[in-house]
Design a binder for this molecule. Structure first.
Ligand code: CP3
Length: 341
């Protein structure tokens, strides 16, 4: 039994005194105690060493007391496990030296055995659960197949992922084969995470908003739906798509427990588009955490009033920025905890 189960209750749509709060990318981005570890260990060493990954996961909890923890890892451990080389270059971000562009490239991509390739993630979950001591739930995550394809084809981050979209539109059969391999791997991976102890899973479709609504229905949504179908009996699933307000209706009807919203969609519009029944998560503009703490407090209270305190998880509309002052992140979490109707 989890002592503070506010987050899990909100995912079930139960009535709560105040909504739960956590922040996307809360682990490993802006905390000084994280920057210390970052100096000593490279990125994938941090991911692959359960002692480090679990420590980084609980750092923000110790400091701010969020209502849920998210496991420190990365969405790109999936292509890595599929035999696609992934590097994390300092001051550059992800770099995949052999991107997938042809049938020959695709044929080399495997659907791996999860225990053999990603067993270290399960060990990190076990160790994190021990550290959390059942105080709060632990969230596991994966990228959406489309978002993973973006990196596999582009070979690096991008403002518009033109090569990835071009690959889908010139070689759609190959694109669908790659998306299916990623989906099969992701389903096995998330099931293993649930078995290892995570209490909910979130699918990040960070680049879904790069697609037109029509192309989204072809290249992103069906694969997320497969993941929801495969996981929903075993765990609550949160679906988050950046820039995907046009897909909120499908997301709400998918069987997911909650739907993430970014800050370009108002709470009222998000409730309208999702039909008012499903739990929503979001949607504070991450750059708004640069406002003074008093302003943050007022804006958070306003946001809760607009979403409503029930069927709601307070979060940012995307990941926290690395340059957010510590007291501003604290003001965000505290504002939720002091909220009263
Ligand atoms: C698109 C995406 C990635 N990774 C992720 C996404 C989806 C969420 C989103 O849209 O923000 C998800 C992610 N990445 C990381 C987490 C861990 C948990 C957490 O941050 O709360 C999570 C949930 C650690 C990380 N992943 C990465 C870092 C920074 C690198 C480092 O610490 O050396 C961390 C802490 C590297 C990474 N990984 C990725 C990029 C683009 C980068 C470089 C830029 C950046 O800092 O975000 C891919």
């Amino acid at each position: 039994m989890i002592k503070n189960d506010l987050f899990l209750r909100a995912l079930k749509g139960e009535t709560v005194d105040r909504p739960p709060v956590w922040m996307m990318r809360q682990a490993g981005r802006y905390l000084p105690e994280f920057m210390e570890l970052r100096k000593k260990y490279d990125f994938f060493t941090r991911c692959q060493t359960p002692e480090l990954a679990s420590e980084i996961t609980v750092q923000p909890i110790r400091r701010y007391g969020m209502d849920a923890a998210i496991l420190f890892s990365d969405i790109l451990v999936i292509p890595q496990a599929m035999d696609i080389e992934v590097e994390m270059k300092p001051n550059f971000g992800p770099y995949l030296p052999n991107p997938i562009r042809t049938k020959e490239d695709l044929d080399k991509v495997i659907v791996p055995n999860i225990e053999d390739t990603l067993g270290y993630v399960m060990e990190a979950i076990t160790m994190t659960k021990e550290k959390l001591n059942d105080d709060i739930p632990l969230i596991g995550f994966a990228g959406s197949p489309w978002t993973i394809l973006c990196y596999c084809v582009e070979g690096q981050g991008s403002k518009s992922f033109d090569k990835a979209r071009g690959f889908c539109f010139t070689q759609p059969e190959l694109a669908h084969q790659l998306l299916q391999k990623i989906t099969d791997t992701t389903i096995a991976y998330l099931k293993a995470k649930v078995k290892a102890g995570v209490n909910a899973v979130q699918v990040f479709d960070s680049w879904g908003g790069m697609l037109s609504p029509t192309d989204y229905q072809e290249f992103s949504w069906p694969y997320i739906q497969q993941i929801v179908d495969a996981l929903k009996e075993e765990s609550p699933v949160i679906v988050f798509g950046k820039g995907c307000w046009f897909a909120l209706k499908e997301m709400a009807a998918s069987g997911a427990s909650a739907v993430g919203v970014d800050w370009t969609c108002s709470p009222q519009n998000a409730r309208y588009l999702t039909g008012g029944k499903i739990t929503l998560q979001g949607n504070f503009d991450p750059a708004r955490l640069l406002s003074p703490p008093d302003k943050i407090r007022n804006m958070v209270h306003q946001m809760i009033r607009e979403f409503g305190k029930d069927k709601y998880v307070v979060n940012l509309g995307h990941g926290i920025l690395p340059n957010i002052p510590l007291e501003n992140a604290k003001a965000f979490v505290d504002a939720v905890k002091e909220y009263q109707e």
